[in-house]
Ligand binder design. Structure first.
Ligand code: SAM
Length: 194
């Protein structure tokens, strides 16, 4: 058996940590795959906030959700806007109660590849996400350094994970070492129990 793919490992980390009643955030809705994945995991009154700056992404995500059972669909709200403003998208009652935040960086496949995530909004979004997490909650980021602009964002995001104080967080990188052409990699951070 080979190693888990980058995305499968992100999903496994999320799956192991989301608890009944947790809120969750998909910071880059895109085609809706991660939104559907997290919506299926939420139980016990949890809610998923899924956001994107492109209406096309939210339309794809809504269509994917339509194939899901009503109880899973009803737990999701879709938001057109930048993840940099997630603290104002997530209502105060869920601040500090978020069990997982997923970022899947880069561009929306099948749409304009010039619309990409950038460090200018990704870094404030990571700060906001960390504030919103409950102790033991996790942020996962699938990073794509291979497209124009991707390498710069990857460096900034990696630096953000490396600089989390150990007293507050534990972070790791999951990366295949012998793949060529700037393959994607996973960064994750877990908020420590104080
Ligand atoms: C690789 S796709 C996400 C894939 C998605 N998670 C899925 O499961 O299909 C990256 C998405 O990030 C979105 N994006 C770019 N900048 C953003 C921002 N500032 N806030 C939220 N989404 C953003 C893009 O529009 C694109 O849809």
């Amino acid at each position: 058996m080979g190693f888990l793919s980058i995305l499968s490992f992100a999903h496994k980390c999320i799956e192991e940590r989301l608890k009944p009643g947790d809120a969750a955030i998909d910071a880059t809705a895109g085609n809706g795959n991660d939104t559907v994945f997290m919506a299926r995991l939420l139980t016990g009154g949890g809610h998923l906030y899924s956001m994107d700056i492109q209406q096309a992404a939210l339309d794809h995500t809504r269509r994917k959700l339509e194939a899901e059972p009503a109880e899973s669909r009803e737990r999701v709200s879709l938001h057109l806007g930048s993840h940099a403003y997630m603290a104002s998208i997530v209502p105060p009652e869920h601040h500090g109660k978020v069990g997982a935040v997923m970022f899947n960086l880069g561009y929306l496949p099948g749409q304009d590849h010039a619309v990409i995530t950038t460090a200018e909004s990704t870094l404030p979004a990571l700060e906001a996400a960390f504030e919103l997490l409950r102790p033991g909650g996790i942020i996962t980021v699938v990073v794509y350094p291979g497209h124009p602009g991707g390498e710069r964002e990857a460096a900034a995001v990696t630096e953000w994970f490396e600089s989390r104080p150990q007293s507050m967080a534990q972070s790791f990188c999951y990366r295949f070492m012998n793949q060529r052409n700037s393959p994607p990699f996973l960064l994750a951070v877990e908020k420590r129990h104080s």
